[in-house]
Design a binder for this molecule. Structure first.
Ligand code: FES
Ligand SMILES: [Fe+2]
Length: 369
């Protein structure tokens, strides 16, 4: 097959789809309100009584680990008159709303309300936090705000098999550190940036030394993408690592529809879960959560996080901001994906698949693009 025949050109979404507010509202409704969305790993709720707060599609979420060790998710909204129940993260014996001091048990039941002798006398819907469907697999916690997505197992079951094969220490990994960055760019531009390595050679000097970009490969499944590339030298421009029997000798990365990525870098057993959420049609937030065996951070782990969080993410975020500006400029009606059927390291095929999934999801929700 010659080079011309192996290459296809597929238009991207229209440029306005990357910043238009009505389109954004449709995506929140059809995607973030209905699909399985990753929130955190159980080791980020280390104790009975640990909780964490989070926003998905403008909806405040509270995730907690109860005295019975069960992880539950609720809307982080007091059912008295709607005040946000708790801020940030921490450990508590119960939740107290700051507005009128209603208190709740960790299973969501109303515990007490000043001036209300018997909480059972309140209307039923005002006696309990509103729960959210939760799924915990290998300690990874996903929520679904409304039914709508395909079955969890059907979407991601095979992914967890691949992750376990590629990461023998999966069960020993514990949360170590989180980096958070807000970016002036639409969430789809952020996801699309992850889905190709076409930009790796021109923009990521150290990454291109850490792994062999020309050997980057991927396998597209319906709801996730698997990628891998052999490692380069242990002494490279990104971070130095020691090779021993149990070391990772390649980069492995997965993207899970719609917004989460799992990444294993060369060196010791490690996992970076990077997930991206929209804050508005033109601003997004990325959470980088690092996991190591027993959560221990040695010199090598510190060097990996320092490079990944402060160098690689910065390089990517600058690209996202720039592409977002261009898509808003009226200079471009739509971009084009370059799909190379042979050289996967320069192919943008997974981005076209991502765009199809978005289209199908909006159509399925009755929200035509
Ligand atoms: S709104 Fe929470 S106690 Fe009143
Ligand atoms: Fe990148």
């Amino acid at each position: 097959m010659n080079e011309i025949n192996q290459t296809q050109y597929v238009p991207t979404l229209s440029a306005s789809d990357y910043h238009c507010s009505s389109r954004y509202a449709d995506e929140l409704n059809a995607i973030f309100n209905q699909q399985w969305i990753y929130v955190l790993h159980a080791s980020q709720l280390p104790d009975k009584g640990s909780y964490e707060t989070f926003n998905i599609a403008d909806k405040p979420i509270l995730i907690s680990c109860g005295a019975d060790d069960v992880i539950r998710a609720f809307y982080n909204v007091c059912v008295h008159r709607g005040h946000i129940l708790v801020q940030g993260s921490g450990t508590a014996t119960h939740f107290t709303c700051p507005y009128h001091a209603w208190t709740y048990h960790f299973d969501g039941r109303l515990r007490g309300a000043p001036g209300v002798p018997h909480v059972a006398d309140l209307p039923e819907c005002n006696q309990q936090l509103v729960g959210i469907e939760t799924r915990v697999t290998n300690g990874f916690v996903f929520v679904r705000l409304n039914p709508g997505a395909d079955d969890f197992e059907q979407c991601y079951g095979k992914f967890f098999g691949e992750l376990g094969e590629r990461l023998p220490a999966l069960d020993q990994l514990r949360f170590a550190k989180r980096f958070v960055a807000e970016v002036d760019g639409n969430w789809k531009i952020m996801v699309e940036n992850y889905l190709e390595c076409y930009h790796c050679t021109p923009t990521h000097e150290a990454l291109s030394d850490l792994m062999c970009i020309k050997d980057y490969q991927f396998q597209q499944s319906e709801y996730y993408l698997s990628t891998w590339a052999p490692a380069g030298r242990p002494d490279n421009k990104a971070y130095a690592y020691t090779l021993n029997e149990g070391s990772q000798r390649k980069f492995s990365g997965w993207w899970l529809w719609p917004n989460t990525t799992f990444n294993i870098f060369p060196g010791q057993q490690n996992l970076l879960v990077f997930h991206m959420l929209p804050l508005s049609s033109e601003r997004s937030i990325g959470y980088c959560d690092y996991f190591f065996i027993d959560g221990k951070v040695d010199e090598e782990a510190e060097a990996l996080m320092d490079w990944e969080g402060n160098v690689l993410e910065k390089e990517d975020n600058d690209l996202i901001v720039s592409a977002h500006k261009g898509m808003k400029s009226n200079a471009i009606r739509n971009g084009v994906f370059v799909i190379d059927g042979v050289r996967q390291y320069i192919s943008e095929g997974p981005l076209a698949h991502f765009n199809q999934l978005i289209q199908r999801t909006l159509d399925g929700a009755g929200l035509k693009k």
